[in-house]
Design a protein around this ligand. Sequence first.
Ligand code: C2E
Ligand code: MG
Ligand code: MG
Ligand code: MG
Length: 292
Amino acid sequence: ASKDSGRGRSSFYDPRMDDERELRNQLELDLRAAIQAGEISVVYQPIVDAHSFDLVSVEALARWTRRGHGPVSPDVFIPIAEASGLIDRLGLCVLEMALRQLQRWPGVRLSVNISPGQFRDPAFVERVEALFVDANIEPYRVTLEMTETYFIQNAERAKAALDRLRKIGVKIALDDFGVGFSSVGYLRQFGFDRMKIDRSLIQALSEGHRAIEMLQATVALARSLNIPVTAEGVETEQQAVILRLAGCDQLQGYLFGRPSVPADIDAYRARSMLPRAKAAEMAFAAHRRDGL
Ligand code: C2E
Ligand code: MG
Ligand code: MG
Ligand code: MG
């Protein structure tokens, strides 16, 4: 906004900012209406065992198609939901739909993302518990994913909240590991059940040996704390090879499947292996033969 101030304009007025604010307001209103009308849907991305490539779990991801406009990215509407308090309703909605879906997928586990703001609702943990009872889902089948911001900002409150969630029996994963200030200290302190390595670290793998060593060190760190590791954003067979050798026990990414409607997950379940997993399996065979 202050770009033009050197030319004598007030730094407080920028018509572009008005436009942006207006768009945000409109998005917030539309999102509120969409949540009320039940127009938020959930897609599921396969997570596979790094050794057998069997489907072991799915991550529930929220989707919103804005009336008269088209799909809006979660990277846009989740922050709006967080800033406006809509995340409470939205988050519980997603969890409720995903738990109901999980009833139809025996043997599969589920991950659901949770925003820190959802803990502001003093009844949050009870509401979560009620959803499990209603859906008749054993809590150990479900992992709640959270990013580190919350743990760093309010360590004590976060610890208390996590302990209450753990009492229900759900598992807690640290999402997007490797993008922030991640320190060994809080990894130990919170005793996460799983770590998810951010896809930026995996995408960097093509940049060479430094990136591979960084990744290996990160996975080794988690494993030394007995935290199993999922790699996110796996797109190529070569990445899958590196990640499995580094010690990741679960892989997630477009190589195995995009976030999909439940019918696609039904189809994956019907086969013993995901379609693209065959290619990864062959890459391992080649690796054993020729090295990387
Ligand atoms: P996330 O929890 O880290 O989810 C993984 C994101 O990576 C998803 O983006 C997924 O579509 C994308 N992804 C997975 N594999 C690949 C790959 O191989 N390549 C690429 N390029 N991307 C891949 P999505 O669905 O757009 O969601 C973005 C973020 O929005 C999520 O990141 C999560 O932080 C947030 N989000 C989505 N749904 C919810 C929700 O229900 N509640 C909350 N609180 N946050 C949500
Ligand atoms: Mg996630
Ligand atoms: Mg993530
Ligand atoms: Mg993320």
